[in-house]
Ligand binder design. Structure first.
Ligand code: FPP
Ligand code: MG
Ligand code: MG
Length: 383
């Protein structure tokens, strides 16, 4: 009725595709080895949020209506023999990997070809690949973070031990690579291979709180820059580069490809800022994983960095990674008493505004509304 609040479910426009996602993912990661099969599929049993595949599907549908440029008309941004950097990684072109399980089943193929959806089969596959890479990173992350719970269940490292958790993560990356290679799109392969490298780079940056890693660090603007760069690598890289890849697979024009990337980058940064906020504000029971974990891990995230800017007493605690007897409790109280959480939320809001601005060039559609709703939902989420 007129006047009533319109509630848009971002899922609605891609609900049908999402239904097949988990099933297809489980097919992609099947192994003939029974315990590898079990460990690899462990996190697919619990309900993930499926943020990344949902974004790929929404982006695919939202860009279906935008101007197209045949890919053959666009000079590839990568050249053979170009130097390697975090933004430019060369890959071998056709790795041949033996198959343990079929990558598609007749049933899965049917869902890909029997409807007249504007989402391409390659874009659906990309959505699955993003979830595989994300799940692999969670398997590794829970080992690194000594985590005990994920998605309201014991984490894989607890259930199966570190060795199997790490190896299962590697296996998922292998299968993600096979699926990626089968898209036969070198630029998309390069983007997602770069994501894997970026995840490791982000995690390495996180091992140190600051670029210098001093004993008694002083707050500088670069502290925040370092944190945001780390955040791009560990969280926004996957979201931004998979949004970009979705637009590329849809033959979108260069300005559309760039808009998709900017949307993903800004939403990805906002998403992780909110994550770092929830670590302070939400209980472990609600999060489905331990709360307050970051300080325990020695990590100074955005809420603490903003608190530190106003309260220089936090410097030595950051320097010793909150390892003193009362450091974690002291730091937590200082963050809660500061404007750190508010400022983190405001920064997340500013990135969400940029994400929405980036896709303003897209024609109006249900999928575009879904992309906008993903932004507002990310800011309001409690898990
Ligand atoms: C979760 O962050 C972790 C990530 C976003 C990325 C982790 C990346 C690696 C471990 C690099 C190696 C992995 C691969 C697959 C190449 P968090 O610990 O802040 O969040 P959490 O609270 O959900 O654990
Ligand atoms: Mg973790
Ligand atoms: Mg971590």
């Amino acid at each position: 009725p007129p006047g009533s609040p319109i509630s848009i479910d971002p899922l609605r426009s891609v609900a049908k595709e999402m239904k097949f996602l988990t099933k297809n993912i489980r097919q992609l990661i099947g192994s003939g080895h029974p315990s590898l099969d079990t460990v690899s599929k462990y996190y697919t049993q619990s309900e993930g949020k499926y943020v990344r595949p949902m974004l790929v599907l929404l982006m695919s549908r939202a860009t279906a209506l935008t101007p197209k440029t045949p890919r053959s008309m666009i000079p590839s941004s990568t050249t053979v023999n170009s130097p390697l950097s975090s933004e430019n990684i060369l890959v071998d072109s056709n790795p041949s990997v033996p198959e343990y399980a079929p990558l598609t089943s007749p049933a899965a193929d049917a869902t890909y070809t029997n409807d007249l959806s504007d989402i391409l089969p390659s874009q659906r596959r990309l959505a699955e690949i993003t979830e595989l890479i994300h799940t692999a990173s969670l398997l590794h992350d829970d080992v690194i973070d000594h985590s005990v719970a994920r998605r309201s269940a014991p984490s894989a490292n607890i259930e199966f031990g570190n060795k199997m958790a790490v190896l299962a993560g590697d296996f998922l990356l292998g299968r993600a690579s096979v699926a990626l290679a089968r898209l036969r799109d070198p630029e998309v392969i390069e983007l997602l291979a770069t994501v894997i490298a970026n995840l490791v780079e982000g995690e390495f940056m996180q091992l140190k709180n600051t670029a210098q890693d001093e004993k008694n660090p002083v707050w500088k603007e670069e502290t925040l820059t370092y944190y945001l760069q780390k955040t791009y690598l560990k969280s926004a890289s996957l979201i931004s580069k998979s949004c970009r890849a979705a637009a590329l697979l849809g033959q979108s024009a260069p300005e559309v490809v760039e808009a998709a990337y900017q949307y993903g980058k800004n939403l990805g940064l906002a998403f992780q800022l909110v994550d770092d906020m929830l670590d302070y504000t939400i209980s472990g029971a609600e999060l489905g994983k331990p709360a307050g974990a970051d300080l325990e891990l020695g990590l100074a995230t955005a809420p603490l960095l903003f608190a530190w800017k106003d309260n220089k007493q936090l410097g030595p605690l950051v320097g010793r990674k909150f390892s003193g007897d009362t450091d974690v409790q002291t730091a937590r109280s200082m963050v809660l008493a500061s404007s750190g959480l508010e400022k983190t939320h405001a920064l997340a809001q500013s990135y969400v505004d940029k994400a929405i601005e980036a896709i303003s060039i897209f024609p109006d559609s249900e999928a575009k509304d879904g992309l906008i709703e993903m932004c507002t939902k990310s800011l309001k989420r409690r898990k």
